[in-house]
Design a protein around this ligand. Structure first.
Ligand code: M6R
Length: 626
């Protein structure tokens, strides 16, 4: 939640900050702001706007072009907000400036003890303008700054030692335009460096940095970075000991950060899926010289003994990643005969889960920054479980906190509604199940070979599903009126039904529920009338005929049926208003195909309703607050 950027160097900071905020806008878009400083400036210049970064950009452009600019403003910090404390408004937008005007700060996270700190500051004469927890933090830093001879790093350290909660912050001081201080705890922060220390960049993730540098430092929890033009960065821990610095090369494809000719990131990401899952499988499913498949997962090699010993696996995740986890449960139980539970990370972390020494906890997360999932694996580690991460965000907190894991390698996912990450996660879970089952001996060689082969065929089968985008677009107009949708599926298609309903809810604001099809009779059927669209996932599998019976039950109550069927199916067509075909594949691989019409349907309904698909209201891409 919230995107933050920072810059110091020899260029004008404003365009760099604004561009960075555009790239981080998927993290929050309630309001945006920047603070600027240059040598000789006698005040920190702050610009804020409610809503999107474009509103801020207009304001900044107008102000800076009308001012006869004597000094160049080469230092700055910026923020795009997803509101937690305080409504979205200009007053509550970041950066916040201390009452003295000496310090400005941007913050991502939550200060849990802000009320107490605010009372203490008020009793020391501090006055507040906003309703945010962040303003408390900037005033607290100011409080120590004024008392310790204006040493910024020290003041940040003193303040953060008083704070309970999560933060990634960048701080600037009026008296020194060559200086920024950055710190983090439980919220991500990356610092980019030029080769000669003449420029430094800060970002919530590496996306706004990669255009300028590939050399980055991922700040660790409770670390404070002292960033000075012309000097090496110094990093200290909250206990004031100095921290080791590791500079990494970030590998990020810049073209992935643009829409590449598509009207929305979401549509681009839907269409990227065949290519993405080829990347997920690259170097992992290998055809040997004898024509047989082999799966090579370094994560499995390194922890083989522990993974093979596991009799109980717990999958923790949120949202779409949790749906991928439900498919993972079926894959692992089917192929490996190991008991699997799938938990919402947010619940798991606060109950008293039974975790045994030989248990494996699999964390699934696109961003690798979801606060609840991160906390869940920290708990699992404390209790002695092996933590296995299935993550997209390279170098992210969950990736770093996991004992081992597999990156899904689908590239940056910008659309708030997750699409290609889901199919990447399911692909990894399939490879993991196959490799484990093969090692344990719970799968025959023939089944292993057939499943590997079929998995390698999925990208081209996905292309065939994508060819029906126009069909889905046309039929979507019939559904924009709907206020409610039901999504029904069984077995491997049940999590796809949940995912379809989530996609529709988040971007089209239509209420939708996913159910196992047979559960319909136990309640949801009461909702069915001639206005109710019902999406059936009715591909061929052993329960296909039972699904047809469910469809007939809906048909006799005049419900409007949209079905996803296996290519060539004629029976379902007779009882559906609309169908989309997916190529035949193994039952366990069907979700990789059947989810695509779900994504396309949600997308087109939202577009037809004129909604902002990539930035749906109230949502943010990565949920770094609990
Ligand atoms: O980054 P993560 O996979 O950990 O995110 C989990 C959920 O926040 C995420 O899947 C969310 O539900 C998406 N908006 C779904 O499209």
């Amino acid at each position: 939640m919230c995107g933050i950027v920072g810059y110091i160097g020899n260029k004008e900071a404003a365009p760099i900050l604004i561009k960075g905020l555009h790239q981080l806008e998927y993290r929050g878009y309630d309001s945006a702001g920047i603070a600027l400083l240059g040598s000789g400036c006698n005040e920190i210049k702050v610009f804020k706007a409610k809503g999107k970064v474009a509103n801020l950009e207009e304001k900044v452009d107008a102000a800076l072009s009308s001012e006869s600019q004597q000094t160049s403003l080469t230092t700055g910090i910026g923020h795009t907000r997803w509101a937690t404390h305080g409504e979205p408004s200009e007053t509550n937008a970041h950066p916040h400036v201390s009452m003295s005007g000496d310090i400005a700060l941007v913050h991502n996270g939550i200060i849990e003890n802000y009320k107490l700190l605010k009372e203490q500051l008020e009793s020391n004469g501090y006055e507040f303008k906003s309703h945010t927890d962040t303003e408390v933090l900037v005033q607290l830093i100011d409080y120590y700054y004024q008392r310790n001879g204006k040493q910024l790093v020290k003041a940040v350290n003193q303040a953060l030692n008083k704070v309970i909660g999560a933060y990634a912050i960048v701080v600037m001081e009026k008296s020194n335009s060559n200086h920024l201080v950055a710190a983090r705890k439980a919220s991500p922060l990356v610092i980019g460096l030029s080769n000669d220390n003449t420029e430094f960049f800060v970002g919530s993730d590496a996306t706004p940095l990669v255009e300028y540098t590939r050399k980055v430092i991922y700040l660790e929890d409770e670390q404070i970075a002292d960033i000075y033009i012309g000097k090496d960065i110094e990093i200290t821990n909250l206990d004031e000991t100095s921290a080791d610095i590791t500079i990494k090369d970030v590998d990020l494809d810049i073209s992935a950060l643009s829409k590449g000719g598509y009207p929305h990131f979401m549509l681009k990401e839907i269409f990227e899926q065949p290519h993405c899952i080829e990347n997920t499988m690259r170097g992992r499913i290998i055809m040997r010289e004898d024509g047989l498949y082999e799966i090579k997962l370094s994560a499995l090699t390194n922890f083989k003994a522990k993974l093979l010993r596991a009799r109980h696996i717990i999958i923790v995740a949120c949202g779409t990643s949790w749906h991928a986890g439900l498919i993972g449960k079926q894959l692992i139980e089917d192929m490996c005969r190991i008991r699997v539970e799938v938990e919402y990370a947010s619940e798991f972390r606060y109950r008293n889960p039974v975790i045994e020494k030989d248990d494996v906890v699999i964390a699934i997360s696109q961003s690798g920054e979801t606060a609840d999932t991160l906390a869940a694996i920290q708990l699992a580690k404390q209790q002695g479980a092996l933590v296995f991460g299935i993550v997209n965000g390279v170098g992210s907190s969950i990736a770093r906190e996991s004992d081992t894991g597999i990156y899904i390698h689908v590239g940056p996912e910008i659309g708030v509604a997750s699409t290609k990450a889901f199919t990447g996660q399911v692909t990894v879970l399939t490879m993991l199940s196959l490799a484990l089952a093969n090692a344990i001996g719970t799968i025959s060689e023939e089944e292993f070979q057939t499943t590997c082969h079929e998995l390698t065929q999925i990208p081209q089968k996905m292309e065939k599903v994508l060819e029906q985008n126009d069909t889905v677009e046309n039929l979507s107009s019939m559904f924009t009126y709907a206020r409610n949708f039901l999504y029904l599926g069984r077995g491997y298609n049940y999590p796809v039904a949940l995912e379809g309903a989530l996609k529709l809810k988040e971007i089209s604001y239509i209420h939708a529920e996913g159910y196992p099809a047979a559960e319909m009779k136990h309640g949801p059927i009461a909702l069915v009338d001639e206005e109710m669209p019902i999406v059936f996932l009715a591909t061929h599998h052993q329960l296909y005929h039972k699904i047809i019976s469910n469809m007939q039950e809906v048909q006799s109550r005049n419900g409007r049926i949209f079905a996803v069927v296996t290519e060539g199916d004629e029976d379902v067509k007779k009882i559906s208003e609309q169908v989309v075909e997916v190529p035949n594949t193994l039952n366990c691989l069907v979700p990789l195909l059947s989810v695509i019409p779900m994504q396309m349907l949600a997308y087109h309904v939202a577009v037809k309703k004129g909604l902002n698909v990539d930035m749906p209201r109230n949502l943010a891409k990565s949920v770094t607050v609990e």
